[in-house]
Design a protein around this ligand. Structure first.
Ligand code: AMP
Ligand code: MG
Length: 518
C-alpha cells in the first residue's frame, strides 16, 4: 500500500510547540501533533470502493492486514504525520470557546489518483489535547451512521466529506446513550474521513475570539491558496471578499441540497459547518420520513428544536453571520461582508427555486410555482405523507387527480388520507394544469427522476443494519451501502429499501430519536 503525502497544512500553518494528548488550551497555533492510540484488534468492517479508487487503493490493499492496522490507528505509513486541529464554535447559539478535534486525528494530505488533495482523518482514534472531559473514541453505531451517510450523500450528489472505511477496534467504549444514568459498554470503531479540506467555520472563529489577528490572517491566506486556488491572487480585501462570498454561496447550495433530499443535520453548530461547503460531522442526523418542517432527530435539541428541518437555511445564515463577525478584523469596513451575506440570501432563494423546479419536473420556477410547492408542503405535513415516496411517485404518474391512487402508499395514516384526499386531488389538478404549459411529459419525468431519489438512508434502515452489526453480521451495512450507490435508479429486487418507515420504528431510539452520545 502506497500513498503519496504532501502535508501542506502542517507545513504552512503554525503548530503547537507541545505534543501529545494532554488536555490544554492551545493558543497561537492551529494544530497539535498527536498520534492515534493503538487499539486491541482492528478489523475492516466495511469500505468504500469509490473512495479507495480515488486514493489509488486496490481491493488487495484493503485485504492486506496492514490496512486495518493503519486505519485503526496502530501504525503509520511513510509520509503520515498525525495531528489534531484547533477550532472553536458556537454551540446551540452560544460561544463555546476552544473545542478542536477531540477524537479526530488527521493522518496527512494525500495527493489522489486524480491529482486532487485529500485529507485523511481517523474519527475515534483516541485522546487529543482537545478531548476535554471525553475519551476520544467513537462507538460502532455512530461510526456506521457516519460511514453510510457520507457515501449515501456523495451518491446523491450532495457535497460531503467521504468515508474510506469502517474499522472495528475490538475494544469496548462506554456510553450513556440517553444521558439517563444507564451507561453501558458498546463496540468501538474508527471511520476514516476523506475530504479536500476539513476546515470548519470554527477554525476561523477561535483565533478571532482570542484577538489572534495574525494567525487568522495566515489561516485565511492558507485556505484561499489551498482550498480556493481559483481565487488565489494578489492579497487584499477584494480577494478576501470574493472568498467569503463564495463560502456563502457554497453554503447556500449545500442547504438547498439538504432540503431537496430531506436531510436534517441535527447539530448545525458553527464547529460543524465546513468552510468549503461540504456536509461534515454526521452525528444525530436524520432523514425525513413523513414530511415535517419542524422535525429534528436530535433529542438533545428536542426542546428548542433550533436545528429542525425547515430552519436549516436560516441557521446557516446565522452561522455565516458569526463567521463574518470573526473575519471582520481583516476588513477595513464591513460592507463586503454584508454584501456577501445578502448574497447568501439571494443564492439560497435561487437554489430553492431550482430545487422546486427540479422536484416538480418543471423547466423553470416562477412565483406561482413557489406557491404551488408551499401549498404542497402544507398538505404533506398535515396529511403525514412520506417525502421521498411522494415526490418520486409524483414523477411516475401522469399528472392529474387520478394520480392520487398511485401515491397512496406514501401516506402513513389511512384516516388522514381520506380526510385530505379532496385537497390532494385539487392540488394535483392545479399541478396538471401547470405541467400542461410545459413541454414533454418525458422531460418532466427525467427531471424528477434526477432530483427525487428512490433510496435514501432512512433512519430505521440504518438502525436495522446497526442491530445486525451488533450481532456480528455486517451484511446489513454492506447491503445498504450497495443500494445507496445508485439512489436515483430503480433497483429491481431491492424494493424493501424504498419502503416507508414501518410503524414499529415510529418512535424507537435510533429510528427517530438520536442523542449526541456517540
Ligand atoms: P460534536 O458534537 O461531535 O460536533 O463534537 C463537539 C466537540 O466535542 C468537538 O470538539 C469534538 O471533538 C468533541 N467530542 C465529541 N465526542 C468526543 C469524544 N468521545 N472524545 C473527545 N472529544 C469528543
Ligand atoms: Mg463536531
Amino acid at each position: 500500500m502506497q500513498l503519496n503525502f504532501d502535508n501542506r497544512l502542517l507545513r504552512e500553518l503554525p503548530g503547537d510547540p507541545v505534543s501529545g494528548p494532554q488536555v490544554r488550551q492551545v493558543r497561537g497555533a492551529l494544530w497539535s501533533q498527536v498520534a492515534p492510540t493503538a487499539v486491541a484488534a482492528p478489523r475492516v468492517l466495511a469500505w468504500s470502493a469509490e473512495v479507495a479508487s480515488l486514493l489509488g487503493l486496490s481491493a488487495g490493499d484493503i485485504a492486506d492486514p496492514q490496512f486495518a492496522q493503519v486505519f485503526g490507528g496502530n501504525a503509520l505509513l511513510p509520509g503520515m504525520a498525525p495531528y489534531a486541529t484547533n477550532y472553536g464554535g458556537h454551540q446551540f447559539g452560544n460561544w463555546a470557546g476552544q473545542l478542536g478535534d477531540g477524537r479526530a486525528i488527521c493522518l496527512g494530505e494525500v495527493i489522489a489518483a486524480d491529482g486532487s488533495r485529500q485529507e485523511l482523518q481517523l474519527k475515534g482514534a483516541g485522546p487529543t489535547p482537545y478531548s476535554r472531559f471525553a475519551d476520544g473514541r467513537a462507538v460502532l453505531r455512530s461510526s456506521i451512521r457516519e460511514f453510510l451517510c457520507s457515501e449515501a450523500m456523495a451518491h446523491l450528489g450532495v457535497p460531503t466529506t467521504r468515508a474510506l472505511c469502517l474499522i472495528g477496534t475490538g475494544e469496548a467504549v462506554v456510553r450513556d446513550m440517553f444521558y439517563d444514568g444507564h451507561a453501558a459498554p458498546e463496540p468501538g470503531a474508527v471511520v476514516c474521513r476523506v475530504a479536500p479540506s476539513l476546515l470548519r467555520f470554527g477554525h476561523f472563529e477561535l483565533p478571532a475570539s482570542r484577538g489572534e489577528s495574525a494567525l487568522l490572517r495566515q489561516l485565511v491566506d492558507f485556505t484561499i491558496a489551498r482550498d480556493f486556488p481559483h481565487l488565489d491572487g494578489p492579497a487584499g480585501q477584494a480577494r478576501d471578499a470574493a472568498w467569503f462570498a463564495e463560502v456563502c454561496t457554497r453554503t447556500a447550495t449545500l442547504m438547498a441540497h439538504w432540503m431537496r433530499v430531506g436531510f436534517v443535520h441535527g447539530v448545525m453548530n458553527t464547529d460543524n459547518l465546513s468552510i468549503t461547503g461540504l456536509t461534515i460531522d454526521y452525528g444525530p442526523y436524520g432523514w425525513i420520513d413523513d414530511f415535517d418542517l419542524d422535525w429534528t432527530p436530535n433529542t438533545t435539541d428536542a426542546s428548542g428544536r433550533r436545528y429542525r428541518f425547515g430552519w436549516q437555511p436560516q441557521v446557516a445564515f446565522w452561522n455565516l453571520s458569526r463567521l463574518a463577525g470573526a473575519l471582520a478584523p481583516l476588513f477595513t469596513d464591513a460592507t463586503p461582508l454584508e454584501d456577501a451575506l445578502r448574497g447568501y440570501a439571494e443564492a439560497y432563494a435561487a437554489a430553492e427555486r431550482a430545487t422546486i423546479a427540479a422536484k416538480l419536473g418543471l423547466a423553470e420556477c416562477g412565483p406561482a410555482d413557489q406557491a404551488l410547492m408551499a401549498d404542497l408542503h402544507a398538505l404533506l405535513q398535515q396529511a403525514e405523507v412520506d417525502m421521498t415516496l411522494f415526490f418520486r411517485g409524483l414523477g411516475e404518474h401522469p399528472p392529474g387527480a387520478q394520480a392520487l391512487q398511485g401515491l397512496r402508499e406514501a401516506f402513513y395514516d389511512d384516516a388522514k388520507y381520506h380526510a385530505h384526499a379532496g385537497a390532494f386531488g385539487a392540488w394535483l389538478q392545479r399541478y396538471a394544469q401547470r405541467c400542461a404549459q410545459e413541454g414533454s411529459e418525458q422531460a418532466r419525468r427525467t427531471r424528477m427522476r434526477a432530483a427525487n431519489p428512490r433510496y435514501v438512508l432512512r433512519n430505521y434502515l440504518a438502525q436495522q443494519a446497526i442491530d445486525r452489526a451488533h450481532a456480528g453480521d455486517l451484511g446489513g451495512v454492506h447491503a445498504l451501502l450497495e443500494v445507496l450507490r445508485h439512489p436515483y435508479d430503480d433497483q429491481p429486487g431491492r424494493e424493501a429499501f424504498a419502503r416507508k418507515r414501518p410503524d414499529w420504528a415510529r418512535s424507537k431510539p435510533g429510528c427517530s430519536m438520536l442523542s449526541c452520545s456517540s
